[in-house]
Design a protein around this ligand. Structure first.
Ligand SMILES: NC(=O)c1ccc[n+]([C@@H]2O[C@H](COP(=O)([O-])OP(=O)(O)OC[C@H]3O[C@@H](n4cnc5c(N)ncnc54)[C@H](O)[C@@H]3O)[C@@H](O)[C@H]2O)c1
Length: 326
């Protein structure tokens, strides 16, 4: 089998590349990544010499390149995206270009070359926000609130249309917030850790009571693998670990693990359109495909914080790149 993984140099994509190479000795993995600010080839240093692995530096919006690559692949998993909500609020155009136009390009090439399965990695953010109770189900109407989630929702609708119109064998996964090693330090957990390492305060939005449902990145990858191989074509699968935490709970946990107290917190003006609560039901993937998370939140957060503390050079290299030193 040949599998095209797009966005494989990012946080979740790099975990998935490693996951597939470890699990399937007979799979050839092609990683197509544009290496935007969020892509980091260092994330895959340990597999770069693996004979089953090929890296292609390129853009999912490049029609010819994508068509050429696709002519030799059986499976496609699309992680490539602009993924940071705050950036989508100040500059939405690139989100439409990559997340919608890029997905369309992949779908079109998949259709033309006849891939066996195309899996779109989506997010629970397409469902919008919840009140104090209830969960997102696969049947929950899509109601995105940020340019990021709107672009992901647009992509999901295109994926669905390629199934309905052309019978392209597609699958969509919608996962809750991920955490773990190699996450770009603009997202909450690595951002706060990197701030605290520099003895700076951590900025908490609003009252800190926004709720997110956290899943360890490895479990997201095992769920995608399960859906890719066992999912029903044309279906959507939610992925989550029932770990609802407020931002302030996560913040206090990080502070405690790093020997800091609450004087390191700075409350800042809330994000525009900030969704209050996400919580996802994983009933369908559990009951139909037998998937369940393997890492508890307590284990995962410890592994994650330890990793960032041990790999401070990884954070420093990113900061140097940002500052134009590298
Ligand atoms: N991080 C989360 O909590 C989370 C949760 C649910 C779903 N998702 C989805 O999972 C996917 C991966 O998220 P992530 O957190 O790893 O993101 P990330 O920002 O860490 O990685 C994105 C990767 O895509 C690459 N990329 C961006 N534009 C590209 C383009 N035009 N062509 C080729 N490559 C391009 C980047 O270089 C980077 O390597 C995204 O689709 C995201 O919407 C993320």
């Amino acid at each position: 089998m040949k599998i095209l993984i797009t966005g494989g140099a990012g946080f979740i994509g790099s975990c998935f590349v490693r996951y597939i190479l470890n699990k399937y000795n007979d799979y050839q993995v092609i990683n197509l990544d544009a290496l935007t600010y969020a892509g980091n080839i260092e994330n895959l240093e340990d597999v770069q010499d693996n004979r089953n692995y090929t890296f292609i530096h390129g853009n999912i919006c490049d029609k010819k390149l994508v068509r050429d690559i696709m002519s030799e692949v059986d499976l496609v998993v699309n992680f490539a995206a602009e993924s940071h909500v705050d950036r989508s609020i100040t500059g939405p155009e690139i989100f439409v270009e990559t997340n919608i136009q890029g997905t369309l390009n992949l779908l079109q090439a998949s259709k033309e070359t006849g891939v066996e399965r195309y899996l779109q990695v989506s997010t629970d953010e397409v469902y919008g926000t919840l009140g104090k109770t209830g969960y997102f189900y696969e049947t929950t109407p899509i109601a995105p609130n940020s340019p990021y989630s709107a672009s992901k929702a647009g992509a999901d609708l295109l994926v669905r249309s390629y199934f309905e119109t052309y019978k392209l064998p597609v699958l969509i996964t919608r996962c809750s917030n991920n955490y773990g090693p190699y996450q770009y330090p603009e997202k909450l957990i690595p951002f706060f850790i990197s701030k605290l390492l520099r003895n700076e305060k951590v900025p908490v939005y609003g009252d800190g009571l926004n709720v997110r449902d956290w899943l360890y990145v490895y479990d997201h990858c095992s769920a995608i693998d399960t859906v890719l191989h066992k999912g029903k074509i044309g279906d959507v699968y939610n992925i989550g670990g029932h770990n609802e935490k407020t931002n302030i709970e996560i913040t206090k946990l990080i502070l405690m693990s790093m020997g800091k107290d609450e004087s390191s917190i700075e409350y800042v003006k809330d994000r525009l359109g900030h969704d209050r609560r996400y919580a996802i039901s994983n009933d369908k993937i559990q009951s139909e495909l037998g998937w369940k998370p393997s890492v508890t939140f307590e284990e995962g957060i410890k592994l994650t914080i330890d990793w960032y503390l041990k790999n401070q050079d990884w954070i420093k290299n990113i900061e140097n790149k940002k500052a134009g030193v590298l």
